[in-house]
Each structure stands twice: as structure tokens, then as C-alpha cells.
Design a protein around this ligand. Structure first.
Ligand code: EPZ
Length: 417
């Protein structure tokens, strides 16, 4: 099994580019099933989660070509409506295909998605939304069977915003008769990107980015060319890396508004942040960082749960105490035990983590526990004296494309062995 060896303690300098957003590519690839023709998606990073989504499209009978970060899908040859267990297990968020498959085929058979490292990942909100649109849903032998002779528009009220359930509802509603109103919709930038893509196909979706999304269902046979937005969590990872290691770096190809909660926290800690169009310059000088106000994760536009682990790494040597409250997932402090091996002083109690800043971190052999927890270990290793060895890279490879090359480009002494 390969590992990342990081010789930390070096100040960073230079420019680093952000790749396309994983959590935008996945729902857009699912929505391409509605195109019933060829669509071209640019800026798709070569991630294992994207590989898994491509496998599902090919399993369903679609033609898929990949040239660099461009994926071309021809869904006119789709001839199946099931996702087998092996493919579901490869990527838990495969449930994102449910709305597109049932809307296109009138039936979808998926194996029940398991939980993941972050805890149980229920899909009750996805199923309730599709039921309200007329789908009959049965669960037998670990499979979810979703059937509908004719889906219809509906009013969907989510108790709490769910990114995936909002996306499944948008996609299913876009090509059926009637109007669908989604209340308390998730407002993440990836939802706006999906709306843009659906409307390029010929759909009529509005309101993405606000709590109310309206979908005027209609038939469309469009094809589309779309460039995926930058990955705001990868951008957050690079920004926290500079805060942790120190240096002067320009993070390019991002949308500053999408990472404003992270840059606010880093400025509060003592980093200098300059925004120039689609890039951010971050400077962390020799002065010790100070603990920010409590970091409370919330649905967008609140502080993103996916950036919590990496910001935690940046607070480990800050003067003072940082409080983290994780409101989205119940098991999102698994990286803490690994950070402690590097000398971090972190106590957790349920959804609360308390970081007491230490003078410095030291290198250690650590194992990634999940995607963003693994990224937190990389960030911490950059600021730790000595050579850290990070294993279980399969978690990190789900969401970071060419991480070691990108970090080497800003002066990190890193290699994958
Ligand atoms: C998306 O997951 C992202 N994944 C996650 O990134 C991200 O952390 C999460 O949104 C929150 O921002 C993708 O977009 C592929 P949710 P999703 O539905 O859609 C509960 C990564 O690795 N819930 O917004 O699964 C759920 O348990 C991942 O990049 C229900 O109870 O998240 C959670 O507590 C990690 N019932 C909360 O809602 C449901 O039917 C928010 O989940 C659905 C969700």
C-alpha cells in the first residue's frame, strides 16, 4: 500500500491551482442520463470517486470517453436501470444517480448504500422526496426498488437541508410533467452548478443557492457542454496548509466567495489574505497564530463540515483554545486520534472538539481515517518537525487529484512511496 512521506517544517511559496469540484462532477454525471444524447463535461478531476461514477454510467449502457479532465457521455444507449452492490459500495454517494435513473426509466434498483466513515448516511429524505413525486419504493434483500409509471410535480419540504436529496429532487423533477417546489433546499455552490447544467440541457430550474428551488418539469432532449466549478474544499485544504506550515502562496482557479468562511477564520487567526479575481494570496509569517472564534459547521453558506478537519489542523499550534462544533455528521472527529500522535492536544465529547494550542507538532506515522480527515493529516504534517508517513491513501485519493505534485509545486518536501 502506498504512503505519503512528508518532511514538514518548511515554509511554502509559489502558486497552486485548484481542480474541479468532486461534489459538482458527481451529480452532473448522474444528470447526464437525462440528456439522451452526448454531453461534454470539462474540469473533471481524475479522482477515484469520479472513476466510480464513470463505471456506473458504463454499467447503465452509456458511452463514456475521457480525455484529460474532459468527460464525454452519450446516454442515448442507456439500457439498464440498476446499480449493483459492488458499484454502490465503491462510492457511497452513488445514491445521487437515483433521481435520474427513475425519471428516465420509470424504475431504479440500487443496493442500499451503506454508511461510511462519517457514520450512517441515511437516504430517507431522498426516498421521501421521490415518493411525494409518485414513486413507489420497496426495500427487499438489501435493494431499494423505486418504480413509477409517471412521476409528477410535487411540493417537497425538507426538515433540514440535504445536498444529495436536493440534487436528486432537482434532477427527477426537471424532466417530468408539472411544477416541483423544493423548500429548505441545500444552498451549496454545487447545487447552483447542477442547475446551470440542467438548464443547458433544456430544463427549467430556478432558485438554486436560495432555500426555495422551483422546477418547471418538461421534456428535453438537449445536449450540453459544461465546465465544472472549482473545488472549494480542495481550495480550503491548500489555504489551511499555508496557515499550518507558514509561507506566502497564491491559490489559483477558485471562487473566493465559496471559501469566505474559511478565509475569515484564517484572517482571525493572523493570516494575511488578499483576494484577486479567481485567486487568493495567503501569507502566514513567523508570528504564532491565535485561536479563532468557535468553528461551528452548518449547511452552506455556514462553515462547511468538509473543511472542519483541515482548519482544525491549522489551529493545533495556535495560541489559545479553539472550539469546534460538528453539526452535520456524527462521526467527523476520527482524525483527532491521529493528530494526537503528532503531539496535538485535542479533546472530543460528542459533536464538540476542544483544541488547546501546543508550541509545535512532531512528525509521526499516521493513517487516514476518511477523505477530509486524511487531508487534515497532510496539513498537520506540513507544520510538523520531521518526516511524517501517511497511510490509507485510498481515502485521500477519493477527493484530491495529484495532491503531492501540487504541494511539491509550493515547496513541500513530499513523495508517494
Ligand atoms: C454531500 O453529502 C457531500 N457529498 C459531502 O461531502 C458533504 O459533507 C455533505 O454534502 C454536506 O455538505 C457529495 O456531494 C457527494 P447531506 P450528502 O445529505 O449529500 C443527513 C465528501 O466526501 N441526511 O447534505 O450525503 C445526513 O446524515 C462528502 O466530499 C439524512 O438524515 O450530505 C447528514 O447528517 C463527505 N437523510 C445531513 O443530513 C437523508 O436522506 C447532511 O447530509 C440525507 C441526509
Amino acid at each position: 500500500m502506498s504512503t505519503l512521506r512528508i518532511n514538514g517544517g518548511k515554509r511554502l511559496a509559489g502558486e497552486i491551482e485548484v481542480h474541479g469540484a468532486k461534489n459538482s462532477v458527481l451529480p452532473i454525471l448522474a444528470a447526464s442520463l437525462l440528456a439522451n444524447g452526448e454531453t461534454v463535461i470539462h474540469n473533471c478531476p481524475g479522482l477515484s470517486d469520479v472513476d466510480a461514477a464513470v463505471k456506473i454510467l458504463r454499467h447503465l449502457g452509456c458511452g463514456v470517453k475521457r480525455e484529460g479532465t474532459t468527460i464525454t457521455i452519450d446516454s442515448s444507449t442507456m439500457d439498464r436501470c440498476d446499480i449493483p452492490d459492488a458499484l454502490m459500495r465503491e462510492m457511497r454517494s452513488s445514491v445521487i444517480f437515483l433521481g435520474a435513473i427513475v425519471a428516465r426509466c420509470g424504475e431504479a434498483v440500487l443496493s442500499m448504500p451503506g454508511g461510511c466513515e462519517l457514520g450512517p448516511r441515511p437516504i430517507d429524505m431522498h426516498l421521501a422526496a421521490l415518493k411525494s413525486m409518485g414513486a413507489e419504493i420497496t426495500e427487499t434483500g438489501g435493494n431499494i426498488i423505486c418504480r413509477s409509471k409517471k412521476l409528477h410535480g410535487a411540493r417537497i419540504d425538507f426538515l433540514t437541508p440535504s445536498v444529495g436529496a436536493t440534487e436528486n429532487s432537482m434532477v427527477a423533477a426537471s424532466c417530468i410533467e408539472g411544477t416541483t417546489v423544493i423548500n429548505n433546499a441545500a444552498r451549496e455552490p454545487e447545487i447552483c452548478d447542477l442547475q446551470d447544467y440542467l438548464n443547458k440541457l433544456g430544463a427549467n430550474v430556478s432558485g438554486a443557492g436560495t432555500p426555495v428551488i422551483v422546477v418547471e418539469g418538461r421534456s428535453f432532449k438537449g445536449s450540453a457542454e459544461h465546465t465544472v466549478i472549482p473545488d472549494r474544499i480542495v481550495a480550503a485544504t491548500y489555504l489551511t496548509a499555508v496557515a499550518c506550515a507558514g509561507g506566502d502562496v497564491v491559490v489559483k482557479d477558485l471562487i473566493p466567495a465559496h471559501v469566505s468562511t474559511i478565509t475569515q477564520a484564517l484572517e482571525e487567526m493572523g493570516c494575511h489574505i488578499e483576494t484577486h479575481g479567481g485567486s487568493i494570496r495567503i501569507v502566514k509569517n513567523e508570528n504564532r497564530l491565535v485561536a479563532p472564534r468557535p468553528v461551528i459547521t452548518r449547511p452552506y453558506p455556514g462553515f462547511p463540515t468538509d473543511a472542519q478537519p483541515m482548519l482544525m489542523s491549522a489551529t493545533l499550534t495556535a495560541a489559545g483554545t479553539t472550539v469546534f462544533v460538528e453539526n452535520i455528521f456524527e462521526n467527523r472527529f476520527r482524525h483527532v486520534s491521529e493528530l494526537r500522535r503528532m503531539g496535538a492536544d485535542v479533546k472530543t465529547e460528542g459533536r464538540v472538539a476542544i483544541v488547546s494550542g501546543v508550541e509545535k507538532l512532531h512528525a509521526a506515522p499516521v493513517a487516514a481515517t476518511d477523505l477530509r480527515g486524511g487531508a487534515a493529516l497532510v496539513v498537520a504534517a506540513l507544520g510538523a518537525e520531521g518526516t511524517s508517513v501517511i497511510s490509507e491513501l485510498k481515502h485521500i485519493d477519493r477527493g484530491y487529484y495529484g495532491l503531492e505534485n501540487a504541494l511539491r509545486g509550493i515547496g513541500v518536501d513530499i513523495e508517494r512511496v
